[in-house]
Design a protein around this ligand. Sequence first.
Ligand SMILES: Cc1ncc(COP(=O)(O)O)c(C=O)c1O
Ligand SMILES: N[C@@H](CCCC[NH3+])C(=O)O
Length: 431
Amino acid sequence: MKLLGTMSVKNDELHIGGVSCLDLAKSYQTPLYVFDEQLLRQNCRDYVNYFKVNERKNRVAYAGKAFLPLYMCQLIKEEGLYLDVVSGGELYTAHKAEFPMERVLFHGNNKTIDEIQMGLDLGVGRFVVDNYYELDLLEAFCKQRGRKQAIYLRITPGIEAHTHDYIKTGQIDSKFGFTLTNGDLYECLSVFSRYEHLELVGLHAHIGSQIFDVEPFLDEVDIMMNLVKELDEKYQIKIREVDLGGGVGVYYTENDHPKTIEQFCEAILSKVDSSCQRLGIEVPTLVIEPGRSIVANAGSTLYTVGSTKDIKDIRTYVSVDGGMTDNIRPSLYQARYECAIVNKMRSGDQKQVTIAGKCCESGDILITDVDILGIASGDILIIASTGAYGYSMSSNYNKIPKAPVVFVHDEKCRLVCRRQTLEELLALEVL
Ligand SMILES: Cc1ncc(COP(=O)(O)O)c(C=O)c1O
Ligand SMILES: N[C@@H](CCCC[NH3+])C(=O)O
């Protein structure tokens, strides 16, 4: 397993943020999500620095869907980021964490009436409008309130990025946004003046997630800048802000070769400059929405090893005390991860095993066929890079309580989410 961030090995034992993983497992029990706060903050700072947030007034909006406990809202507020939310629940979290609402972008392809009203009442900075249904509702509610709302239109740019089918979003056959290539967007613009209470300040696109190549993003830049010019010339609409979405790929295993945040930002910014120069337009304020590339590598999950099943000449299953309830990504996207035993961080003879979860599903496998050093019941296993879409996509399937989240930094721990209790599991149920 590759050591990421502040991971270090002392006496064959893995530490994160200077804290022993064995001690963490003892103090908080397993399964347990552990976040390396230094790495997480460094990723935020790299984005702020290399995306030229201060110099060019660009904006980095953290995609809350990746992982959004209250403390994350506080942390990204401190780091000067904006926040992308996609539901009333995420919006409420931001509100409770006293995140500045003018820095919130509200996404979603089917915001409910209640969510739209909540967004307006709380004063979110930008609605990223996905369709006519939302435009009509927003216009009506703004009219009732006698106020205007700044919006972006979500564009489907027609870009096929190379990633898993379920996490592609830029292609024409997508549920998101106004399609560019079939004329949907132009139809919307031609009637836009009827939305008197909506101020169209920006365009948004998001081409997908876990994308390593920079080329699809550069194509996206070209498409968006062309649109900025076209909207001005044909519709006299001045676009001041262009949001390029998220999607930057990260390291999960040695097969992944991601760009650094610096390389990615530099490629985007220089493409924006050359594109705007070619078109003879002003460089707009740029927004990006990284989720995974801020939190994925900062998070890991600790498990206790339980039963083992050795099927001669076929496979050895090693089961842990978590699984698809705390990390659905292997079952959903065939996602691969690296792992290690936290108290056996040395080289030696390895054996191939399959790490299984404890759910009542054959598909509840965390890692298929991984080479690992003599694993035994009671060992503490770490799966690395579970920080994005692990906790946020966790479930109570099989009535398994949600695992806690602890942040480690400078030899100190901070409990960010406690473990769900059995009583809390039943809290919604009525007899
Ligand atoms: C609109 C939008 N913005 C940002 C993101 C964040 O993507 P990622 O976590 O891949 O950076 C997503 C998720 O794919 C998204 O749908
Ligand atoms: N949840 C997905 C990514 C989709 C992001 C939302 N558009 C993942 O775990 O990779």
